[in-house]
Design a protein around this ligand. Structure first.
Ligand SMILES: [Fe+2]
Length: 302
């Protein structure tokens, strides 16, 4: 009997970033040469869309670990104050039924509809996130991605030089939401950090603006002025030419680079359709303020 062997292919989906990866099953140990291809494509394209993956939590965690240690989620109402390695984006309760819109978990998840970079409020900010579809709605509920690398590249040289001297304060809390409901005081304290306003990919030296909803002040500026500048920079990065909107299909998994992209969830009819996606988050390695050495993939699955 002959086995039909498929080949890994990488195809660009947007003029500036995002590639689709097909011809590989990520739910089983991935050959070393394919991991290298995926890692190179990730650094180049910033967002990878994998098709036809039948991930469960164990296989998703195993694949994610090829690229570094996984983050532990912070306790909040969206995970019943019981965090693990899997963060669940859903409008469903444990019984599989749709939650009322005023449920604390639903209110908490509205934060995902603001442009952000995952875990930018952590001292060692996230390298990558992998979000895999479990149940997708037929309409809406896209995830939008913006390339803060492409946006940065379009800035004039003097503006780049000015921004590279600045540092932002990132907080876990959302500036426009009731902060007291979302996290306990200890979590808020631990998750207020500073990062440079530009972030470098050490593999290829490409720079990006490191902004989004968690970046709320600029250390070197008065608070209101800094906030205004951060809002402007996030708006700059999320102009239509820098945005890719992902419509989820069954079997999709998207891996994005938190160092150089922003993302947000888009609305859908949460009273009519079910949506459930599971996320793993791959932690950065070195203190990010140094940007000294981001991880190479461990190539554990051979
Ligand atoms: Fe996110």
């Amino acid at each position: 009997m002959t086995t039909l062997k498929t080949r890994l292919t990488v195809k660009r989906l947007h003029p500036l970033f995002v590639a689709e990866v097909t011809g590989i099953d990520l739910t089983v140990p991935v050959p070393r040469e394919d991991l290298r291809t995926i890692w190179d494509a990730f650094n180049e394209h910033q967002i990878l869309v994998f098709r036809d993956q039948a991930f469960d939590d164990d296989s998703q965690i195993a694949f994610s670990r090829n690229f570094g240690e996984l983050e532990m989620m912070v306790a909040h109402p969206g995970n019943d104050w019981n965090p693990g390695h899997i963060s669940i984006m859903t409008n469903l309760g444990k019984d599989g039924n749709m939650l009322p819109l005023d449920h604390p978990a639903m209110e908490h998840r509205l934060r995902n509809e603001a442009w952000h970079s995952d875990s930018s409020f952590k001292p060692v900010a996230a390298l990558a996130s992998l979000l895999a579809a479990r149940i997708v709605p037929p309409v809406g509920g896209n995830t939008e991605f913006a390339s803060a690398r492409a946006a940065y590249a379009d800035l004039p040289a003097e503006r780049k030089a000015e921004l590279e001297r600045l540092t932002a304060v990132h907080r876990i809390t959302h500036p426009d939401m009731d902060e007291d409901k979302g996290y306990d005081d200890e979590a808020k304290k631990r998750h207020t950090v500073t990062h440079p306003l530009t972030r470098v990919n050490p593999v290829n030296g490409r720079k990006a603006l490191y902004v989004g909803a968690h970046a709320q002040e600029i250390v070197e500026m008065p608070p209101k002025e800094g906030r205004r500048m951060l809002d402007e920079l996030t708006a700059f990065c999320t102009q239509p030419q820098y945005v890719y909107s992902h419509h989820w299909r069954d079997g999709d998994a998207v891996m994005w680079d938190n160092r150089c992209t922003l993302h947000r969830a888009t609305p859908f009819d949460k009273t009519r359709y079910k949506r459930k996606l599971h996320r793993t988050t791959i932690a950065g390695k070195a203190p990010d303020s140094a940007f000294a050495s981001m991880p190479e993939p461990r190539m554990a699955s051979v």
